[in-house]
Design a protein around this ligand. Structure first.
Ligand code: HEM
Length: 527
């Protein structure tokens, strides 16, 4: 099978073996040889044992038990579709970057999106209270650009070594194999930098109405860079054209029982019916100088920039116009990485982002194999020429007879670097420090978020938290989380304390050093 991602047609995906062709196809064995009957097997007489010579049966059974590949360790349950991005503000983007996709007015770039929940397994309900993944793959003329976002502007951690700890507490208890609310809140209450993300999660934003009615954020600051080496910090934000819509807690729980695949079906049906979902993409930009005096550390993933603080500017739109013909081939095998970028897009020194640059490729090599970039849905639509060869499932000709090293006899043509210089590292000198320590500024966004909620949303928030935190057995854990809410707003702390049956403890002032309410927090701040 081959796939064509045709820019002019606006992301048409052509799969050679389509359903319409099926009636004219002959049944064959795996070698392509016509075979009389799929259910056929060879045995001696009518009741005798089977024959080892029956290659058809053996291939059939052997392939079947190898159908499963490892599911994603996070974001296992999801769905996706193909579409296109269109650049609508080239003049603005040209001030900051050299990427074709954004700097050529009206250019349509074929893309694929995958949305997901984070903590559940492949069969988990789509309506679980969880952040949602929002991953975009663009097939640009400069190669693949992946923008791997979530439906929130911030994240639970700013120290990457906490990621496996944090994720483990959202998964199953090692003994009971059950989701464990004590472990869930134990971690969150002991790591207060998570609070803003926790508050978004326990508002109704934590149970979006499918995938079409939510926004996406890069979260991290990235960098856009021009050919003279000048650069800015940038965050991208994708705003749903369908409008924000969420389930209440009760509706989400109900839907988990009646249609656990609600979001998958909602996306598929909308596209199949020709109601193509769309998102408007905005950029927020800060110069290095502005970043240095900005009120939040721009390398701290627990802090948003805020639209009041940094005005978003529209740069394009994208639409999802085509469902996959084959889910496994085109969605399950997708491999997104924040490290897969094109000239003009660079990482910032955010330590969580820096760790992600490694982790995704590592995951793909494990999950899909070393040649995962040859899988059609991941493969660039431009030629690849390098010295990476061989390995399992090498299927695209292995770069032919070209020497497998940079030969002086027939060297690969080298293009000059896209930038004269990148001054990022010099500038960053003293900027990354004290990210692990919790200070009063960590309560800024939780307070802003709480104040932004309507009375109804505040009531839903309290009820959502009480329903979940209230099931925690440990008094200490309940009380420690209550203290965090009380630091956001005393009335909020009091309401939740009452709901989960604890008293509000005496509140510390931050920074509290290595101890947070009798819980030893290990700082991994480098010395
Ligand atoms: C998936 C690691 C933080 C968004 C994954 C996967 C890994 C991973 C290993 C599975 C990849 C695969 O098998 O294809 C990490 C680590 C993080 C981190 C180590 C922090 C240290 C984040 C953040 C975001 C994010 C901050 C969003 C801003 C996603 C999304 C997916 C994903 C959307 C699913 C991609 C898909 O649909 O295939 N992550 N992650 N992750 N991650 Fe992260």
């Amino acid at each position: 099978q081959s796939y064509t991602f045709d820019v002019n047609a606006g992301a048409e995906l052509q799969v050679q073996t389509s359903l319409e062709e099926a009636p004219s196809l002959e049944f064959t064995n795996e070698g392509g040889t016509p075979y009389s009957m799929p259910y056929d097997y060879q045995r001696i007489g009518s009741d005798g044992p089977l024959l080892l010579q029956d290659v058809h049966l053996i291939e059939n059974l052997a392939h079947f038990v190898r159908e499963r590949i490892p599911e994603r360790v996070v974001h296992a349950k999801g769905s996706g579709a193909h579409g296109y991005f269109i650049a609508t503000n080239a003049a603005y983007c040209q001030n900051y970057t050299i990427m074709d996709i954004f700097t050529q007015q009206g250019l349509k770039t074929p893309m694929t999106a995958r949305f997901s929940t984070v903590s559940g397994e492949m069969g988990a309900a789509d309506t679980l209270r969880d952040p949602r993944g929002f991953a975009l793959k663009f097939r640009t003329s400069q190669g693949i650009l992946d923008i791997v976002m979530n439906n929130t502007p911030v994240f639970f951690i700013r120290d990457p070594t906490k990621f496996p700890h944090f994720i483990h507490t959202q998964k199953r208890n090692p003994q009971t194999h059950l989701r464990d609310h004590d472990l869930f809140w134990d971690y969150l209450s002991a790591n207060p930098e998570s609070l803003y993300q926790v508050m978004r999660l326990f508002s109704d934003l934590g149970t979006p109405y499918g995938f079409r009615h939510m926004n996406g954020w890069t979260g991290h600051s990235y960098r856009w860079i021009k050919s003279d080496g000048t650069w800015v910090y940038v965050k991208l934000y994708a705003e749903t054209m369908q409008g924000i819509q969420n389930f209440t807690n009760a509706e989400a729980n109900d839907m988990a029982g009646t249609n656990p695949d609600f979001a998958t079906q909602d996306l598929y049906d909308a596209i199949a019916n020709g109601t193509y979902p769309g998102w408007t993409v905005y950029a927020q930009v800060l110069t290095p100088e502005q970043a240095e005096s900005f009120k939040y550390n721009v390398l701290d993933l627990t802090k948003d920039w805020g639209f009041d603080d940094v005005t978003p500017v529209k740069i394009g739109e994208f639409y999802l116009t085509m469902n996959s013909d084959n889910y496994f081939a085109e969605i399950e095998q997708l491999a997104f990485s924040p490290g897969r970028t094109v000239p003009g897009w660079e990482p910032s020194a955010d330590p969580v982002l820096q760790s992600r640059l490694f982790s995704y490729g590592d995951a793909h090599r494990y999950r899909l194999g070393v040649n995962y970039l040859q899988i059609p849905v991941n493969a660039p639509t431009v030629p690849v020429a390098n010295f990476e060869r061989d390995g399992k499932m090498q299927v695209n000709g292995n770069q032919g007879n070209r020497p497998n090293y940079q030969s002086t006899l027939s060297p690969i043509k080298l293009v000059p670097p896209p930038y004269y210089q990148d001054t990022h590292q010099q500038w960053m000198g003293g900027a990354v420090h004290s990210l692990s320590e919790v200070t009063t500024i960590d309560f800024d966004w939780p307070k802003r978020f709480w104040a932004s909620l309507s009375a109804q949303d505040q009531a839903n928030f309290i009820s959502n938290v009480v329903g979940h935190l209230g099931t925690v057995i440990s008094y200490t854990v309940r009380q420690r989380q209550v203290a965090l809410f009380a630091l956001v707003d005393p009335a909020l702390g009091q309401a939740i304390a009452q709901g989960v049956n604890v008293t509000v403890p005496p509140l510390p002032t931050f920074p509290t050093g290595p101890t947070w309410l009798n819980y030893t927090v290990f700082s991994n701040e480098s010395t």
